[in-house]
Design a protein around this ligand. Sequence first.
Ligand code: AP5
Ligand code: MG
Length: 220
Amino acid sequence: MKIILLGPPGAGKGTQAKVLSQRLNLVHISTGDLLRQNVSKATQLGLEAKDYMNKGALVPDTLVTSMLSERFNQEDVKKGFILDGYPRTLKQAESLDVLLKEKQYKIDKVFYLDTSEKIVVQRLSGRLVCSKCSANFHKTNMPPKKDMVCDACGASLYQRQDDKEETIKKRLQVYQQESAPLIEYYKSKGKLVRVDSDQDANVVLEEIIRRSKENDTPKV
Ligand code: AP5
Ligand code: MG
């Protein structure tokens, strides 16, 4: 199965993708996580991407698409994948179509995690991320069992650079301008499935799993 998760920052793409990848035995590909790994290792790509990310702007399409293309060359992707944070522009969606064609892959469903702005701001301002495995927690919504320690791997948690109020606002603007048109793009291809992502994370998860198993053309 090949799935895309769409939705604004804070919709829960990363949270859902982590659990879904285990439940459905799929590879989780997060362009945000891949970029942050490059930034922390200070690779050439990381150095080029860092300022864009800290400002809440998008990293240029060509850089992100070549990073994704490399990831697609790895063997594990053949078993199926969840794309989290890519595509994010119409240009990227078109590049993805080309990459998929080359690999003879087909996207089954695109889940649009529809979330209100008020909820998104509350989620992002309290988010904590694992420095090792990138698992997401939240100071009040999903607190870790031990303060600032990851439940999954025991590494330390941190607050993302771009989860400051100013940057959150900028990321939401960028989402509306650049990424929201993807909803229509995938609707017109008959692939879009809308899920109310203001709900509890487990409710969202079960709805995605249930609808991923439906064979009919998705109803929006
Ligand atoms: P990226 O890392 O993809 O960030 P984003 O899209 O801004 O999304 P987030 O990770 O902030 O939100 P999420 O939907 O994953 O929410 P999460 O599950 O963490 O990208 C970062 C940057 O990298 C971009 O700004 C850009 O610069 C660059 N970049 C990445 N991809 C790119 C691309 N394709 N092109 C160009 N540039 C790119 O949840 C948020 C919080 O809410 C967590 O604390 C979680 O615990 C909590 N939570 C989640 N679900 C629920 C729920 N149902 N109820 C209560 N709390 C919840
Ligand atoms: Mg994320």
